[in-house]
Design a protein around this ligand. Structure first.
Ligand code: SAH
Length: 240
């Protein structure tokens, strides 16, 4: 696929695993019909409701950042399932990529990560939760049938406390402050990739790793690294 080849030669896709996962989830199934001719362009596209599917290079960045901690978890816990949370799943593409990390490729006895588990996609727009399911059913229905991927309506500021802790969390919308509830749902050794910053410029993508666990929120449990400047739609605060 040209798109994946281009992202690889640009050095954004670095690993064979991310290359395989992005090749195996066809982005054309996750864009609106009217945009299918642009499905393999490295640009964000509208998915309706004022939202967009992110550019493929952002998905590649997120997958490359989250892969190393997931591989460490898999090698240290070969018999335990892994849990991944994708907040603001939009049209479902990245959640399905996470699902592909956890399911056998055709003809293979093993998952790309080496272990199984579950990827949750949540979005606060019910229409987008339905769209994610609809899109996934086109060519990735096995992910839903096996329970490897589930989409739910949910608020990213709250996360999914009943399913926590997560070894990886991706947030697809920009938070105006660091979301403590969500950070508390990271497993020790887990990593969150999240854009943080104001709407009008100045957002940055952060990597937040939980290095230890205190009973209440403690900044020193987390190592935060600023990765790159970005521009995302806001992680909306639900109306009270
Ligand atoms: N992650 C997708 C979509 C990104 S667009 C992708 O990479 O293609 C950002 C998404 O965040 C939108 O679908 C929007 O509905 C969702 N969103 C915004 N605020 C949210 C919140 N508080 N809780 C859950 N989802 C939210």
């Amino acid at each position: 696929m040209h798109l994946v080849d281009n992202l690889t030669s640009a050095g954004i896709i670095k690993s064979q695993i991310v290359r395989d996962v992005m090749s195996n989830v066809d982005r054309a199934n996750y864009v609106l019909g009217g945009h299918s001719s642009n499905a393999y362009d490295d640009t964000p596209l509208s998915i309706g409701h004022g939202q967009t599917i992110s550019a493929p290079h952002m998905h590649a960045h997120a997958l490359e950042e989250l892969l190393p901690p997931l591989l460490i978890y898999a090698s240290e816990h070969p018999n335990d399932p892994v849990s991944i949370l994708d907040v603001g799943c939009g049209s479902g593409y990245l959640t399905s990529c996470f699902g592909r990390l956890l399911s056998n490729a055709k003809g293979s006895e093993q998952t790309p990560l080496g272990i199984r588990g579950k990827a949750w996609g949540i979005d606060f727009v019910p229409y987008l939760v339905e769209m994610s399911e609809y899109n996934t059913k086109k060519a990735d229905a096995d992910l839903l049938e096996s329970g490897t991927v589930s989409f739910l309506r949910g608020d990213g500021w709250k996360g999914l406390p009943d399913e926590a802790p997560f070894q990886a969390i991706h947030v697809g919308a920009a938070a105006d402050t660091f979301p403590k509830n969500l950070m508390m749902q990271l497993a020790v050794g887990g990593v969150m990739i999240i854009p943080v910053g104001p709407q009008l410029g100045g957002q940055a993508l952060y990597r937040i790793e939980r290095v230890k666990e205190s009973p209440t929120f403690n900044t020193s449990d987390f190592v935060m690294t600023q990765l790159l400047g970005v521009r995302y739609v806001p992680l909306v605060h639900a109306q009270k």
